[in-house]
Design a protein around this ligand. Structure first.
Ligand SMILES: [Fe+2]
Length: 385
Protein backbone atom coordinates (compact mmCIF):
# COMPACT_ATOMS: atom_id res chain seq x y z
CA UNK A 1 0.00 0.00 0.00
CA UNK A 2 2.81 2.42 0.89
CA UNK A 3 5.15 1.30 -1.90
CA UNK A 4 4.64 4.37 -4.05
CA UNK A 5 6.94 7.29 -3.17
CA UNK A 6 5.28 10.70 -2.94
CA UNK A 7 5.57 14.36 -2.04
CA UNK A 8 2.87 16.29 -0.21
CA UNK A 9 2.31 20.02 0.18
CA UNK A 10 0.37 21.03 3.29
CA UNK A 11 -1.12 24.31 4.36
CA UNK A 12 1.29 25.88 6.81
CA UNK A 13 -1.51 27.05 9.11
CA UNK A 14 -5.22 26.12 9.25
CA UNK A 15 -7.77 27.48 11.71
CA UNK A 16 -11.01 25.53 11.48
CA UNK A 17 -14.19 25.93 13.50
CA UNK A 18 -17.45 27.76 14.05
CA UNK A 19 -16.93 31.35 15.15
CA UNK A 20 -13.28 31.43 14.08
CA UNK A 21 -14.00 34.52 11.90
CA UNK A 22 -13.89 36.51 15.17
CA UNK A 23 -10.14 35.89 15.25
CA UNK A 24 -9.51 37.47 11.86
CA UNK A 25 -8.85 41.08 13.02
CA UNK A 26 -6.20 39.96 15.52
CA UNK A 27 -4.71 37.54 12.99
CA UNK A 28 -4.43 40.42 10.51
CA UNK A 29 -3.00 42.73 13.16
CA UNK A 30 -0.32 40.21 14.13
CA UNK A 31 0.86 40.18 10.50
CA UNK A 32 0.46 43.73 9.16
CA UNK A 33 -0.69 47.30 9.76
CA UNK A 34 -2.61 47.28 6.47
CA UNK A 35 -4.61 44.80 4.43
CA UNK A 36 -6.27 44.56 1.04
CA UNK A 37 -9.59 42.75 1.49
CA UNK A 38 -10.78 40.86 -1.59
CA UNK A 39 -14.49 40.06 -1.33
CA UNK A 40 -16.82 38.01 -3.52
CA UNK A 41 -20.05 39.11 -5.14
CA UNK A 42 -22.30 37.35 -2.67
CA UNK A 43 -23.80 38.65 0.52
CA UNK A 44 -20.71 38.69 2.75
CA UNK A 45 -19.87 42.30 1.88
CA UNK A 46 -23.28 43.41 3.17
CA UNK A 47 -23.33 41.16 6.23
CA UNK A 48 -23.01 42.26 9.84
CA UNK A 49 -19.91 40.02 10.11
CA UNK A 50 -18.20 42.09 7.41
CA UNK A 51 -19.28 45.36 9.04
CA UNK A 52 -17.88 44.16 12.38
CA UNK A 53 -14.63 43.10 10.74
CA UNK A 54 -14.15 46.51 9.13
CA UNK A 55 -14.99 48.31 12.38
CA UNK A 56 -12.46 46.15 14.26
CA UNK A 57 -9.78 46.89 11.67
CA UNK A 58 -10.53 50.62 11.93
CA UNK A 59 -10.44 50.52 15.75
CA UNK A 60 -7.10 48.70 15.63
CA UNK A 61 -5.70 51.40 13.30
CA UNK A 62 -5.26 48.94 10.43
CA UNK A 63 -5.60 50.62 7.05
CA UNK A 64 -7.67 48.61 4.60
CA UNK A 65 -9.32 48.76 1.18
CA UNK A 66 -11.99 46.51 -0.28
CA UNK A 67 -11.77 45.06 -3.79
CA UNK A 68 -14.92 43.30 -5.01
CA UNK A 69 -14.80 40.31 -7.34
CA UNK A 70 -18.32 39.62 -8.60
CA UNK A 71 -17.54 36.58 -10.81
CA UNK A 72 -14.86 34.05 -11.69
CA UNK A 73 -11.75 36.24 -12.07
CA UNK A 74 -10.62 37.27 -15.54
CA UNK A 75 -7.13 38.57 -16.33
CA UNK A 76 -8.70 42.06 -16.30
CA UNK A 77 -9.97 41.55 -12.73
CA UNK A 78 -6.47 40.75 -11.50
CA UNK A 79 -4.63 43.39 -13.55
CA UNK A 80 -7.02 46.14 -12.42
CA UNK A 81 -6.49 45.29 -8.73
CA UNK A 82 -2.72 45.35 -9.23
CA UNK A 83 -2.93 48.71 -11.05
CA UNK A 84 -5.16 50.17 -8.34
CA UNK A 85 -3.25 48.92 -5.31
CA UNK A 86 0.42 48.38 -6.19
CA UNK A 87 1.39 51.95 -5.25
CA UNK A 88 -0.56 51.75 -1.98
CA UNK A 89 1.96 49.21 -0.70
CA UNK A 90 -0.34 46.73 1.00
CA UNK A 91 1.65 44.11 2.94
CA UNK A 92 -1.15 41.58 3.32
CA UNK A 93 -4.05 40.30 1.19
CA UNK A 94 -7.07 38.58 2.74
CA UNK A 95 -9.79 37.08 0.54
CA UNK A 96 -13.22 36.30 1.99
CA UNK A 97 -15.75 34.63 -0.29
CA UNK A 98 -16.32 31.70 -2.63
CA UNK A 99 -13.73 30.12 -4.90
CA UNK A 100 -13.72 33.13 -7.23
CA UNK A 101 -12.78 35.59 -4.47
CA UNK A 102 -10.18 33.22 -3.06
CA UNK A 103 -8.59 32.61 -6.46
CA UNK A 104 -8.63 36.34 -7.19
CA UNK A 105 -7.03 37.17 -3.83
CA UNK A 106 -4.40 34.49 -4.35
CA UNK A 107 -3.54 35.81 -7.82
CA UNK A 108 -3.51 39.45 -6.66
CA UNK A 109 -1.19 38.61 -3.74
CA UNK A 110 1.21 37.10 -6.29
CA UNK A 111 0.92 39.67 -9.06
CA UNK A 112 1.52 42.59 -6.67
CA UNK A 113 5.09 41.24 -6.63
CA UNK A 114 5.53 40.60 -10.37
CA UNK A 115 5.83 42.90 -13.40
CA UNK A 116 3.45 42.81 -16.34
CA UNK A 117 -0.03 41.39 -16.83
CA UNK A 118 -1.14 38.08 -15.30
CA UNK A 119 -1.65 36.61 -18.81
CA UNK A 120 2.14 36.40 -19.16
CA UNK A 121 2.39 34.02 -16.21
CA UNK A 122 -0.52 31.62 -16.74
CA UNK A 123 0.13 27.92 -17.34
CA UNK A 124 1.05 27.26 -20.94
CA UNK A 125 2.44 30.77 -21.44
CA UNK A 126 6.19 30.82 -21.95
CA UNK A 127 6.38 34.59 -21.80
CA UNK A 128 7.54 35.04 -18.19
CA UNK A 129 8.58 32.83 -15.29
CA UNK A 130 7.00 33.33 -11.87
CA UNK A 131 9.48 34.33 -9.18
CA UNK A 132 7.29 32.78 -6.46
CA UNK A 133 7.30 36.07 -4.51
CA UNK A 134 3.94 37.20 -3.15
CA UNK A 135 2.27 39.22 -0.42
CA UNK A 136 1.26 37.08 2.56
CA UNK A 137 -2.23 35.74 1.87
CA UNK A 138 -5.14 34.71 4.11
CA UNK A 139 -8.02 32.68 2.60
CA UNK A 140 -11.44 32.66 4.25
CA UNK A 141 -13.99 30.55 2.31
CA UNK A 142 -17.72 31.33 2.54
CA UNK A 143 -18.75 28.38 0.34
CA UNK A 144 -17.75 24.71 0.53
CA UNK A 145 -16.50 23.85 -2.93
CA UNK A 146 -13.28 24.60 -4.76
CA UNK A 147 -10.91 23.95 -1.84
CA UNK A 148 -8.91 26.98 -3.04
CA UNK A 149 -8.02 27.64 0.62
CA UNK A 150 -5.74 24.58 0.39
CA UNK A 151 -4.30 24.81 -3.12
CA UNK A 152 -1.31 26.39 -4.81
CA UNK A 153 -3.18 27.60 -7.90
CA UNK A 154 -5.62 30.33 -8.84
CA UNK A 155 -7.91 29.73 -11.83
CA UNK A 156 -8.22 32.70 -14.19
CA UNK A 157 -10.86 32.64 -16.93
CA UNK A 158 -11.68 34.49 -20.09
CA UNK A 159 -15.09 33.33 -21.24
CA UNK A 160 -15.92 33.33 -24.97
CA UNK A 161 -15.54 31.47 -28.26
CA UNK A 162 -11.76 31.35 -27.87
CA UNK A 163 -11.96 31.55 -24.11
CA UNK A 164 -9.86 29.74 -21.54
CA UNK A 165 -9.59 28.71 -17.93
CA UNK A 166 -5.97 28.56 -16.90
CA UNK A 167 -4.09 28.35 -13.62
CA UNK A 168 -1.57 30.70 -12.09
CA UNK A 169 0.41 28.13 -10.15
CA UNK A 170 3.40 28.06 -7.80
CA UNK A 171 4.17 26.02 -4.67
CA UNK A 172 4.48 29.30 -2.72
CA UNK A 173 0.87 30.24 -3.51
CA UNK A 174 -0.66 27.87 -0.94
CA UNK A 175 -2.33 30.39 1.42
CA UNK A 176 -0.27 31.32 4.46
CA UNK A 177 -3.38 30.95 6.56
CA UNK A 178 -6.68 29.20 5.80
CA UNK A 179 -9.37 30.36 8.21
CA UNK A 180 -12.40 28.11 7.78
CA UNK A 181 -15.54 29.09 9.70
CA UNK A 182 -18.49 26.86 8.69
CA UNK A 183 -20.96 29.45 10.06
CA UNK A 184 -20.03 31.69 7.11
CA UNK A 185 -21.59 29.11 4.76
CA UNK A 186 -25.00 29.10 6.50
CA UNK A 187 -26.38 31.82 4.22
CA UNK A 188 -25.28 30.02 1.06
CA UNK A 189 -28.44 29.39 -1.05
CA UNK A 190 -29.48 25.87 -1.99
CA UNK A 191 -28.39 25.83 -5.64
CA UNK A 192 -24.93 27.21 -4.81
CA UNK A 193 -24.63 24.73 -1.94
CA UNK A 194 -25.36 21.94 -4.43
CA UNK A 195 -23.03 23.21 -7.18
CA UNK A 196 -20.14 23.87 -4.80
CA UNK A 197 -20.73 20.60 -2.96
CA UNK A 198 -20.59 18.58 -6.17
CA UNK A 199 -17.40 20.42 -7.19
CA UNK A 200 -15.84 19.29 -3.89
CA UNK A 201 -17.16 15.76 -4.43
CA UNK A 202 -15.71 15.69 -7.97
CA UNK A 203 -12.35 16.77 -6.57
CA UNK A 204 -12.39 14.06 -3.90
CA UNK A 205 -13.46 11.34 -6.36
CA UNK A 206 -11.06 12.39 -9.15
CA UNK A 207 -8.05 12.72 -6.86
CA UNK A 208 -8.86 9.39 -5.16
CA UNK A 209 -8.89 7.43 -8.44
CA UNK A 210 -6.17 9.59 -10.02
CA UNK A 211 -3.10 7.88 -11.46
CA UNK A 212 -1.11 10.28 -9.23
CA UNK A 213 -2.87 9.36 -5.97
CA UNK A 214 -0.78 8.17 -3.03
CA UNK A 215 -1.41 6.60 0.37
CA UNK A 216 -1.69 9.96 2.15
CA UNK A 217 -3.98 11.60 -0.42
CA UNK A 218 -6.10 8.41 -0.38
CA UNK A 219 -6.49 8.53 3.40
CA UNK A 220 -7.61 12.17 3.26
CA UNK A 221 -9.95 11.55 0.32
CA UNK A 222 -11.62 8.58 2.06
CA UNK A 223 -12.23 10.67 5.16
CA UNK A 224 -13.58 13.54 3.02
CA UNK A 225 -15.91 11.24 1.05
CA UNK A 226 -17.38 9.72 4.20
CA UNK A 227 -18.02 13.11 5.82
CA UNK A 228 -19.36 14.47 2.51
CA UNK A 229 -21.91 11.62 2.18
CA UNK A 230 -23.76 12.33 5.41
CA UNK A 231 -23.37 16.13 5.30
CA UNK A 232 -24.53 16.70 1.70
CA UNK A 233 -27.54 14.43 2.15
CA UNK A 234 -28.74 16.44 5.13
CA UNK A 235 -28.28 19.81 3.40
CA UNK A 236 -30.10 18.83 0.20
CA UNK A 237 -32.95 17.32 2.22
CA UNK A 238 -33.93 20.88 3.11
CA UNK A 239 -31.75 21.32 6.22
CA UNK A 240 -29.64 24.23 4.97
CA UNK A 241 -29.23 25.50 8.54
CA UNK A 242 -27.81 22.18 9.82
CA UNK A 243 -24.53 23.49 11.21
CA UNK A 244 -23.11 20.02 11.71
CA UNK A 245 -23.68 19.30 8.01
CA UNK A 246 -22.28 22.73 7.02
CA UNK A 247 -19.20 21.93 9.14
CA UNK A 248 -18.85 18.55 7.45
CA UNK A 249 -19.07 20.15 4.01
CA UNK A 250 -16.48 22.82 4.88
CA UNK A 251 -14.16 20.06 6.10
CA UNK A 252 -14.74 17.85 3.03
CA UNK A 253 -14.16 20.79 0.66
CA UNK A 254 -10.92 21.68 2.45
CA UNK A 255 -9.74 18.06 2.17
CA UNK A 256 -10.68 18.05 -1.53
CA UNK A 257 -8.33 21.01 -2.01
CA UNK A 258 -5.50 19.15 -0.29
CA UNK A 259 -6.06 15.99 -2.31
CA UNK A 260 -6.43 17.76 -5.66
CA UNK A 261 -3.29 19.79 -5.02
CA UNK A 262 -1.32 16.62 -4.35
CA UNK A 263 -2.93 13.90 -6.44
CA UNK A 264 -4.34 15.91 -9.35
CA UNK A 265 -7.75 15.78 -11.02
CA UNK A 266 -9.42 13.72 -13.74
CA UNK A 267 -11.88 13.88 -16.61
CA UNK A 268 -14.68 15.79 -14.82
CA UNK A 269 -12.43 18.83 -14.46
CA UNK A 270 -10.84 17.96 -17.80
CA UNK A 271 -14.19 18.70 -19.46
CA UNK A 272 -15.50 21.35 -17.00
CA UNK A 273 -12.41 23.55 -17.57
CA UNK A 274 -12.69 24.07 -21.33
CA UNK A 275 -16.50 24.18 -21.13
CA UNK A 276 -16.26 27.00 -18.56
CA UNK A 277 -13.82 28.87 -20.81
CA UNK A 278 -16.18 28.67 -23.79
CA UNK A 279 -19.54 29.30 -22.03
CA UNK A 280 -20.70 31.28 -18.99
CA UNK A 281 -21.34 28.22 -16.81
CA UNK A 282 -20.18 28.47 -13.18
CA UNK A 283 -17.44 25.97 -12.36
CA UNK A 284 -19.48 24.16 -9.71
CA UNK A 285 -22.46 23.78 -12.05
CA UNK A 286 -20.19 22.31 -14.72
CA UNK A 287 -18.81 19.71 -12.30
CA UNK A 288 -22.30 18.96 -10.96
CA UNK A 289 -23.61 18.28 -14.48
CA UNK A 290 -20.64 16.12 -15.50
CA UNK A 291 -19.71 14.03 -12.45
CA UNK A 292 -22.45 11.39 -12.66
CA UNK A 293 -22.05 10.80 -16.40
CA UNK A 294 -18.24 10.76 -16.40
CA UNK A 295 -18.21 8.22 -13.58
CA UNK A 296 -20.82 6.05 -15.33
CA UNK A 297 -18.69 6.04 -18.53
CA UNK A 298 -15.55 5.31 -16.51
CA UNK A 299 -17.16 2.44 -14.63
CA UNK A 300 -18.53 0.97 -17.86
CA UNK A 301 -15.11 1.22 -19.51
CA UNK A 302 -13.41 -0.51 -16.59
CA UNK A 303 -16.00 -3.29 -16.30
CA UNK A 304 -15.90 -3.96 -20.05
CA UNK A 305 -12.21 -3.56 -20.76
CA UNK A 306 -10.00 -3.23 -17.66
CA UNK A 307 -11.44 -5.18 -14.73
CA UNK A 308 -8.07 -5.41 -12.93
CA UNK A 309 -7.55 -1.65 -12.83
CA UNK A 310 -7.27 -0.70 -9.11
CA UNK A 311 -9.54 2.30 -9.82
CA UNK A 312 -12.51 -0.06 -10.07
CA UNK A 313 -12.06 -1.27 -6.50
CA UNK A 314 -11.66 2.32 -5.37
CA UNK A 315 -14.91 3.31 -7.10
CA UNK A 316 -16.73 0.59 -5.15
CA UNK A 317 -15.21 1.99 -1.98
CA UNK A 318 -16.39 5.52 -2.87
CA UNK A 319 -19.93 4.14 -3.34
CA UNK A 320 -19.78 2.66 0.16
CA UNK A 321 -18.28 5.77 1.76
CA UNK A 322 -20.94 8.01 0.20
CA UNK A 323 -23.96 5.80 0.82
CA UNK A 324 -22.97 3.69 3.83
CA UNK A 325 -24.35 0.69 1.87
CA UNK A 326 -22.38 -2.39 0.79
CA UNK A 327 -22.52 -3.75 -2.75
CA UNK A 328 -23.38 -0.58 -4.72
CA UNK A 329 -21.47 0.48 -7.81
CA UNK A 330 -20.42 4.12 -7.93
CA UNK A 331 -22.90 4.92 -10.70
CA UNK A 332 -25.71 3.51 -8.52
CA UNK A 333 -24.57 5.50 -5.47
CA UNK A 334 -24.35 8.71 -7.54
CA UNK A 335 -27.78 8.07 -9.10
CA UNK A 336 -29.19 7.88 -5.55
CA UNK A 337 -27.35 11.03 -4.51
CA UNK A 338 -28.58 12.97 -7.57
CA UNK A 339 -32.18 11.73 -7.32
CA UNK A 340 -33.54 14.61 -5.23
CA UNK A 341 -31.46 17.34 -6.93
CA UNK A 342 -33.04 19.77 -9.34
CA UNK A 343 -30.20 20.46 -11.77
CA UNK A 344 -30.71 22.59 -14.89
CA UNK A 345 -29.73 21.45 -18.40
CA UNK A 346 -26.66 22.73 -20.23
CA UNK A 347 -28.99 24.83 -22.42
CA UNK A 348 -29.64 27.15 -19.46
CA UNK A 349 -26.00 28.22 -19.78
CA UNK A 350 -26.24 28.80 -23.53
CA UNK A 351 -24.72 25.45 -24.50
CA UNK A 352 -26.45 23.87 -27.50
CA UNK A 353 -26.24 20.30 -28.79
CA UNK A 354 -24.15 21.43 -31.77
CA UNK A 355 -21.56 22.90 -29.37
CA UNK A 356 -20.84 19.55 -27.70
CA UNK A 357 -18.22 18.23 -30.19
CA UNK A 358 -16.24 21.49 -29.82
CA UNK A 359 -16.22 21.15 -26.04
CA UNK A 360 -15.22 17.47 -26.30
CA UNK A 361 -12.40 18.35 -28.71
CA UNK A 362 -10.88 20.73 -26.17
CA UNK A 363 -11.39 18.38 -23.19
CA UNK A 364 -8.79 16.07 -21.73
CA UNK A 365 -8.53 13.23 -19.24
CA UNK A 366 -5.93 14.83 -16.93
CA UNK A 367 -4.94 12.06 -14.45
CA UNK A 368 -8.05 9.95 -15.02
CA UNK A 369 -7.49 6.19 -14.64
CA UNK A 370 -8.81 5.52 -18.15
CA UNK A 371 -8.60 7.44 -21.40
CA UNK A 372 -12.15 8.43 -22.29
CA UNK A 373 -12.58 9.38 -25.95
CA UNK A 374 -14.09 12.51 -27.50
CA UNK A 375 -17.12 10.39 -28.34
CA UNK A 376 -17.44 9.37 -24.67
CA UNK A 377 -17.30 13.05 -23.67
CA UNK A 378 -20.03 13.94 -26.19
CA UNK A 379 -22.20 11.11 -24.78
CA UNK A 380 -21.75 12.44 -21.25
CA UNK A 381 -22.51 16.02 -22.32
CA UNK A 382 -25.61 14.93 -24.27
CA UNK A 383 -27.06 13.39 -21.12
CA UNK A 384 -25.88 16.05 -18.66
CA UNK A 385 -28.48 17.68 -16.47
FE1 LIG B 1 -13.20 22.24 -8.97
Amino acid sequence: MMKKPFEFIFNPHVIFGCGSIQKLPSLIKSRSQNVLLVLGGRSFGESSVCEKLQTSLKNEGIEHSVYNVPAEPSPGTINKAVDDYRERGYDLVAAIGGGSALDAGKAISAMLCEDGPVEDYLEGSDRKILSGRKKPFIAVPTTSGTGSEATKNAVISQVGKNGFKLSLRHDNYVPDLALIDPELTLSCPEHITVYCGLDALSQLVESYISTKSNSLSDTLAENGLQVFGRSFTSLVSGNLQDIEARTGMAYAAFLSGLTLANAGLGAVHGVAGPMGGMFPIPHGAGCALLLKGIMAETEKYLLDRDKDNPALKKMKKIAFLLSGREGLNLSEALADLYMSLKLPGLDVFGIRREDLPDIAARANNKNHPVQLSGEDFVNVLRNAG
